[in-house]
Design a protein around this ligand. Structure first.
Ligand SMILES: NC(=O)c1ccc[n+]([C@@H]2O[C@H](COP(=O)([O-])OP(=O)(O)OC[C@H]3O[C@@H](n4cnc5c(N)ncnc54)[C@H](O)[C@@H]3O)[C@@H](O)[C@H]2O)c1
Length: 277
């Protein structure tokens, strides 16, 4: 039996993180698209990692429970990486909420029951959640501890009608659920944190930059403090630190990694976006 790393969502961000924490462990590669998991497995195996693949739909608790069972069959689950998600241009409101909001909450809950002592987890949220204005204290409180099966029935979640808002509420909820789960994960000797990236070049983001909204994105990046996009490896480096022995005092926290874009959106040259994004 080996220590096990579970990666859900085998795109470039997830892969960058798993490569940094997967050496000497068994790496479970789970994705809605089994072919994406297989493609990642080929890359990992050819770089010396031990892997297995599994089709997972995080919007289904049953599917997540199968993933937990699969992972435990290889050993103790030491790390969870959630880099699965759908973006505002990829899916309708209901699907975004079911995958990004509910699915992430169920993953946190179910892996929080089995995570090994000394373990750690990272959830990929988004800078987009930081652009949502402040919620009420009651809404914040509801998003954190409401039982997962009741989350999608919260009246202010049911009232969401556009995909960007669905994505933003989901990503805000990810951060709050991580705070809520820090206690049960801590009781098992494990840490759990979220990372909120800005635009990171993945095949998906590259398409966006070439697509109809591309010019707007390029202007935003040029005017941002860093003046460029981010890379999956930069997110991987941050996640590696959080999941390493140096990160043991960090739990229930969110880390914005966006080249200063959010700061500029509120107080700098990017304030003009407030009316459009
Ligand atoms: N790329 C960016 O600029 C950026 C910025 C901020 C946040 N993010 C977030 O990072 C995460 C990873 O994004 P990415 O850019 O690597 O995209 P990606 O599309 O390359 O990877 C996401 C993966 O999630 C999988 N997936 C989708 N729905 C799923 C489901 N129901 N169950 C299991 N797997 C599912 C997809 O098949 C895909 O392989 C997402 O949560 C995204 O919201 C990305």
């Amino acid at each position: 039996m080996k220590d096990v790393v579970v990666l859900v969502g085998t795109g470039s961000i997830g892969q960058a993180i798993a490569r940094r924490v997967g050496a000497g462990k068994h790496v479970v590669l789970g994705d809605l698209k089994l072919e994406a998991a297989h493609a990642a497995a080929q890359i990992f195996e050819s770089a010396g990692f031990e892997t297995s693949t599994i089709a997972v739909d995080i919007s289904s608790r049953e599917s997540i429970l199968k993933l937990v069972e699969h992972a435990q069959s290889f050993g103790a689950v030491k790390n969870l990486i959630n880099a699965a998600g759908v973006s505002p241009s990829q899916a309708p409101v209901a699907a975004i909420l079911k995958v990004d909001l509910y699915g992430t909450a169920v993953l946190l809950e179910e892996f929080g029951k089995v995570i090994a002592d000394g373990g750690s987890g990272v959830i990929i949220s988004s800078q987009s959640g930081h652009r949502l204005g402040a919620l009420t204290a009651e809404q914040d409180f509801q998003l954190a501890p409401t039982p997962t099966e009741e989350l999608l029935d919260l009246p202010f979640i049911k009232a969401i009608t556009d995909t960007l808002k669905a994505y933003q509420y989901s990503k805000r909820c990810n951060v709050l659920r991580v705070m809520g789960q820090a206690t049960p994960w801590g009781k098992r000797g494990a840490t759990i944190n979220s990372i909120s990236p800005g635009i990171i070049i993945t095949p998906l983001a590259a398409d966006e930059l070439k697509g109809p909204r591309g010019e707007g994105y390029r202007n935003m990046l040029k005017a941002s403090p860093a003046g460029r996009v981010g890379t999956p490896d930069e997110v991987g480096d941050l996640a590696e630190f959080l999941m390493s022995s140096r990160g043991r005092f960090i739990s229930g926290a969110d880390f914005l990694i966006d080249g200063g874009t959010t700061a500029s959106y509120f107080f700098g040259d990017l304030q003009y976006l407030k009316t459009t994004h």
